[in-house]
Design a binder for this molecule. Structure first.
Ligand code: PEP
Ligand code: MG
Length: 326
């Protein structure tokens, strides 16, 4: 099988009925970018930049960040989409440098954009670095853990300030850099119709979306049956988010683990997902599978999984309709 998948290394990411999607990779460092390209990713759907901040004694400077982001853009060339997510510290990712207080419920706590909005200088340093990298490729910025429109608007405002600062200094960047948000909190999924009016794109973070929807800590192995994106409650949220984005003419991707799961691909394709971001090692298999799928036909499957009682039924439906996934 592996050799069959490898044959899809640089084919277009297209379904049997000619629908093109993007198969891109999640990375945690700029050094991973080259490898991701070699494994067939056509861009980066999630650069987890927090790893640039962790395990060191000082915060990375604007120049250091710029170099890291530019390296990723240059590994792929001018047109490939490169989605750089601003830092997602907190939850399970600690950063002693920031001297954050210990919390009883870190996943429900001070995390990601919540910290960034409280520390505008730290945030704007990162935003300027991302903007500067946008002069070297199809770089896009993405904000993690958005729960409200207000947070999105505040983050966007700080991005505008960062642009202003660069303009005044005569430093080049792409003034129309696409800017989107992760949909990983149920509140944002419920407000997706409103958020979609203002953002350029969504990327659904199912790792957190499942944990917050099912109230099941993603790190707790005892809860693994609840930590399953096939629960119809989660599938209904995902379907809503995709429809909300498309109603406003925006594209929508997914960068949680679900995006790389062969069992999920037919459902997500049927729902109309535009971009799938996964670990680089999963890309060729996803492209092989995609080429065997008919999106038109899968629209019925995508409706059917919203109408089942539980995750097991949803998975059984997929296996029955698309035996190639197993
Ligand atoms: C997610 O929550 O699905 C996601 C991609 O973000 P992270 O795993 O980094 O929290
Ligand atoms: Mg997340």
């Amino acid at each position: 099988k592996q050799a069959e998948y490898e044959a899809f290394l640089d084919r277009p990411s297209m379904s049997a009925d000619g629908v093109q999607v993007e198969l891109v990779a999640n990375i945690g460092s700029s050094a991973d970018a080259k490898q991701a390209k070699l494994k067939g990713a056509e861009g980066i759907g999630l650069f987890r930049t927090e790893f640039l901040f962790m395990g060191r004694d000082t915060l990375p400077t604007e120049d250091e960040q710029y170099e890291a982001y530019r390296t990723v853009a240059e590994a792929f060339g001018a047109d490939a989409p490169i989605v750089i997510r601003t830092m997602d510290i907190g939850g399970d990712k600690e950063l002693p440098l920031l001297e954050l207080e210990k919390e009883d419920n870190p996943f429900l706590g001070y995390r990601a954009i919540r910290i960034s909005l409280d520390r505008p200088e730290l945030f704007k340093t990162q935003l300027r670095a991302i903007l500067r990298a946008s002069a070297h490729g199809n770089v896009k910025a993405m904000f993690p853990m958005i729960a409200t429109l207000r947070e999105w608007r505040m983050a966007k405002q700080l991005l505008e300030e960062a642009k202003q600062e660069l303009s005044e200094a005569g430093i080049p960047f792409n003034p129309s850099m696409e800017t989107g948000i992760m949909i990983e909190i149920p509140a944002a999924a419920m407000m997706a119709d409103r958020l979609a009016r203002e953002v350029d794109f969504f990327s659904i973070g199912t790792n957190d979306l499942v944990q917050y929807t099912m109230a099941a800590d993603r790190m707790n192995p005892k809860l693994s049956s609840l930590s399953d994106p096939f629960h119809p409650a989660v599938l209904r949220l995902i379907d809503r988010v995709i429809a909300a984005a498309h109603a406003e003419g925006k594209w929508v991707g997914m960068c949680g683990e679900m995006a790389g799961n062969p069992l999920a691909l037919p459902v997500l394709l049927g729902m109309g997902l535009d971009e799938f971001s996964m670990s680089a090692g999963s890309v060729t298999r996803a492209r092989w599978l995609l080429a065997r799928l008919d999106r038109e036909r899968l629209q019925n499957l995508a409706r059917a999984v919203l109408d089942v009682d539980d995750a097991a039924d949803a998975k059984a439906l997929v296996l029955r309709e698309v035996p190639e996934v197993s």
